[in-house]
Ligand binder design. Structure first.
Ligand code: KIV
Ligand code: NA
Length: 265
């Protein structure tokens, strides 16, 4: 069966059908999400935090995303796979963005790329889409700019609403096929969703977006400690993995594992 295409997402919006997106970084998670019917998988630079042990997305490299994109595209047949363009790999010019996006497609096998920013990256989005590349935009709180934005803060409140609307219009106008809105007041996100023809994908952007995305280790309870308000934990994978690991270690120590059943004659 063929992969999900960008026009399927546009049609879903026209029909009022909501869908879920998840991040994916490796073979097993990608397979499970595809089996669950998740139409779009994002190889996000959130990998910096949830895969690579970094404290932000800033250190993530093009090579890091390429490695994980290859794993996800090799492990799936149906999902549309979007590769995040890391910090520093697209901001300088449309040409820089084009060179990075081409690598994500040729070397990573991605069907689309995502980049952060609205009005300020419209020239990048325009060149990429003119070249036949499917581009997902990301506005509101943009984690790669956390140092300039002064930390994890809701964007688009008060006077910020005009900027958010301008960013949303700019990315659609430039040719983006969808737009992530992160940490935006629900009412503003609803207004953007109603105005734009392209699907909006919310994360901390309220219930009225066309789609929702979560970072999968947050969604499945694999991450430890405090999670942002917009995260809902649908499982306790960390607790389950801890239990299994402790049981394995205990059985090895007390000689319960392995038995004849797991041994060769
Ligand atoms: O990197 C990521 O996981 C993201 C999503 C939160 C949209 O950009
Ligand atoms: Na990201």
């Amino acid at each position: 069966t063929a992969r999900v295409r960008v026009h399927h997402l546009r049609q879903a919006k026209e029909r009022g059908e909501r869908w879920a997106m998840l991040t994916a970084y490796d073979t097993h998670s990608a397979q499970v999400f595809e089996e669950a019917g998740i139409p779009v998988l994002l190889v996000g630079d959130s990998a910096g935090n949830v895969v690579l042990g970094q404290t932000s997305t800033v250190a993530v490299t093009v090579e890091d995303i390429l490695l994980m994109t290859r794993a996800v595209t090799r492990s799936t047949t149906r999902a549309l796979v979007v590769a995040d363009l890391p910090f520093g790999s697209y901001e300088a010019s449309p040409e820089q963005a084009f060179a990075t996006a081409v690598r994500m497609m040729k070397e990573g096998g991605a069907q689309a790329v995502k980049l952060e920013g609205g009005v300020r990256v419209a020239p990048q989005i325009q060149l990429l889409t003119q070249a036949g590349i499917a581009v997902m935009a990301h506005i509101g709180f943009t984690p790669q700019s956390e140092n300039a934005l002064g930390g994890f803060r809701v964007q688009g409140r008060g006077a910020g609403a005009e900027q958010l609307l301008a960013d949303a219009r700019a990315v659609q106008e430039a040719g983006a096929f969808a737009v992530v809105m992160e940490m935006v007041p629900a009412a503003i996100a609803a207004q953007v969703t109603a105005e734009l023809a392209i699907p909006t994908i919310g994360i901390g952007a309220g219930p009225d977006c066309d789609a929702q995305v979560l970072v999968w280790p947050d969604m499945a309870g694999m991450t430890s400690g405090r999670v942002p308000r917009f995260v809902k934990r649908y499982a306790d994978l960390r607790g389950e993995l801890l239990r299994a690991t402790q049981e394995f270690a205990t059985e090895v120590r007390d000689g319960t594992f392995p038995t004849a059943e797991h041994s060769f004659d």
